[in-house]
Design a protein around this ligand. Structure first.
Ligand code: BYC
Length: 498
């Protein structure tokens, strides 16, 4: 399902739940993988389940475990009716294992095994590589819940609070999806990895989450919206690449996860959009047209646009690091093995999907200058996915800019240069400004506060983050949504706080 289509479903239609495919909902773990016929697997998952609940209670939304939240629960995998809505206490959410339907006759879309039937079991010689991909994917899911743990307390409305919790429970379900694969297909190792997924902690020094961005803080709602727009979009791209996997159970898991991911992107895009709407409206009321008249804009209780740009710069740059090094032998290996494709691999035309003789342009720093070099395409797989990601980010940014333009404010949000503020890959260790100029360390230090959120910005944001929990009310800095979730009215009580 496309991002746009899912947004339409979420926003304007009541999602029907009467048309699902073979999902056993009344079992202890709802599933469409016939869990009850595999007693050993069922036992392993039933052992993991209480540990997962412990983790959820310790690290899930703080202070809201007893609240009744209007949540969407996946009850099937048919695109026309896969979810139902209702008030649920989060620890009682029905986290299930749902795979998209099998595509009969599916073949491996890329790499050395292109055209061979997809694997239903783990291909022995790629076991370690495949397990690593699943573990890395799985690790991001609980990490994001941990990062967002305290946000409920400063929610700008019950509508937003509900969206936060929806994202959180679905990240929990995505963890279940990866744990199912580990436990079913990787024996004892897999069970140990499933355990370790509950033990690492975002930001913890001794046992951190695997990837950098998932150890950063998500301290406020602007970070949350930027995270769900930019970082969940890495989720979209990576899940789409894994949905092309020759290991069919991984492909099917990721295909279904993508339907849920679309809502997370919607939360991010509309969250930033509504922030911009509130800013533009307040500026118009006060007769302010200069977006850099920051002091006066902030006095109105809204977020100034230059601050939004700095927030976006931060989230874009740390998320770009999640694609790994632009030139990577791991990336080449995963593609050649047929374990991970490019974005839309099966639908790409114009090459042989094996890329033995192909090249791809990669920007590199050579002798203090940025140079585009043609690099063997196999080794540049990560770079290509990153470039596709950067292109995919632009749609929402253009829509945000339209709102600013319509308000008559001369300001445009932009994406910084690919090399800006990077810690992984070709640009790591270099100071590159948002325009793509290589600058000295001294110049960077003198200007960083213009490019990335500074201490004053963070203090201001904290001052804005006052909770607003009366049904139908919104904090000053964010406009109400155009449509309620599942078409609910404006004053609907999305969260009944205990
Ligand atoms: N931070 O050859 P390299 C989501 C490690 S988000 C720390 O450069 P490779 C979600 C790398 O692990 C999607 N370490 O790159 C979003 C490797 O270590 P090992 C998550 C990093 O391996 C929001 C070493 O550096 N899914 O779903 O080709 C909310 C050399 O690696 C980083 C996936 O990422 C970093 N940023 O690519 C909730 C898909 N980058 O193995 C959820 C699965 C690299 O030598 N993962 N390293 O110890 C992958 O496809 C790959 O693991 C990566 C890295 C693309 C992440």
């Amino acid at each position: 399902m496309s991002e746009t289509l899912d947004i339409l479903v979420e926003d304007s239609e009541s999602v029907r739940a009467d048309n699902f495919v073979e999902v056993q909902l009344d079992e202890s773990i709802p599933n469409n993988v016939d869990l009850s016929s595999d007693k050993q697997l069922l036992r392993a998952l039933e052992t993991w389940h209480p540990q997962y609940l412990e983790w959820w209670k310790d690290m899930g939304p703080d202070g809201f475990q007893d609240a009744d939240v209007y949540l969407r629960t996946a009850v099937g995998v048919d695109p026309s009716g896969w979810a139902k809505f209702g008030h649920v206490k989060m620890p009682e959410y029905r986290w299930g294992i749902l795979l998209a339907p099998k595509v009969e006759g599916r073949t491996i879309p890329c790499g050395e095994h292109k055209g061979e039937p997809v694997w239903q079991e783990v291909p022995g010689k790629y076991r370690a590589l495949l397990k690593r991909l699943i573990v890395v994917q799985g690790d991001t899911e609980p990490a994001s819940v941990e990062q967002q743990r305290y946000l409920g307390k400063t929610a700008p409305s019950l509508y937003d609070m509900r969206n936060l919790f929806q994202v959180n429970v679905e990240e929990g379900r995505h963890l279940w999806a990866m744990v199912y694969l580990l436990v079913k297909y990787f024996g004892k190792d897999g069970r140990e990895e499933a355990q370790a997924l509950l033990e690492r902690r975002s930001g913890q020094q001794d046992n951190p989450r695997i990837l950098g961005a998932f150890n950063e803080r998500t301290p406020d709602w602007l970070s949350f919206f930027m995270f769900t727009y930019f970082t969940d979009r890495d989720g979209k791209m990576q899940l789409a690449a894994l949905a092309e996997s020759g290991f069919d159970p991984l492909s099917r898991s990721c295909r279904f996860m993508l339907t849920e991911e679309a809502h997370h992107l919607f939360v991010g895009e509309t969250g930033v959009q509504r922030t911009i709407e509130a800013t533009c409206a307040a500026m118009a009321r006060a007769g302010i047209t200069d977006p850099y008249d920051v002091e006066r804009v902030r006095a109105l209780g809204v977020v100034d646009l230059p601050l939004l740009q700095r927030k976006a710069n931060f989230h874009m740059s740390v998320t770009r690091d999640l694609f790994g090094s632009e030139i990577s032998s791991n990336g080449a290996e995963a593609f050649s093995a047929g374990l991970k494709g490019r974005f839309n691999e099966a639908r790409l035309t114009g090459d042989d999907h094996q890329l033995q003789d192909a090249f791809y342009p990669v920007t590199q720093v050579v002798d203090g200058a940025l140079v585009v070099n043609q690099v063997p395409a196999l080794r540049a797989i990560n770079c290509r996915l990153l470039d596709d990601y950067i292109a995919d980010c632009q749609g929402g940014i253009d829509r945000w800019n339209k709102t600013i333009e319509k308000a008559g404010i001369a300001f445009k949000l932009t994406q910084p240069h690919k090399g800006f503020n990077r810690r992984i890959g070709e640009f790591a260790g270099h100071r590159i400004d948002p325009q793509g100029e290589i600058v000295s360390d001294e110049h960077w230090q003198a200007n960083a506060a213009e490019w990335l959120p500074n201490a004053e910005d963070m203090d201001f944001i904290v001052s804005l983050m006052q909770p607003c929990t009366e049904p139908g009310r919104f904090a000053s800095w964010i406009a109400p949504p155009r449509v309620g979730i599942n078409n609910q009215t404006g004053d609907f009580e999305y969260v009944k706080i205990a």
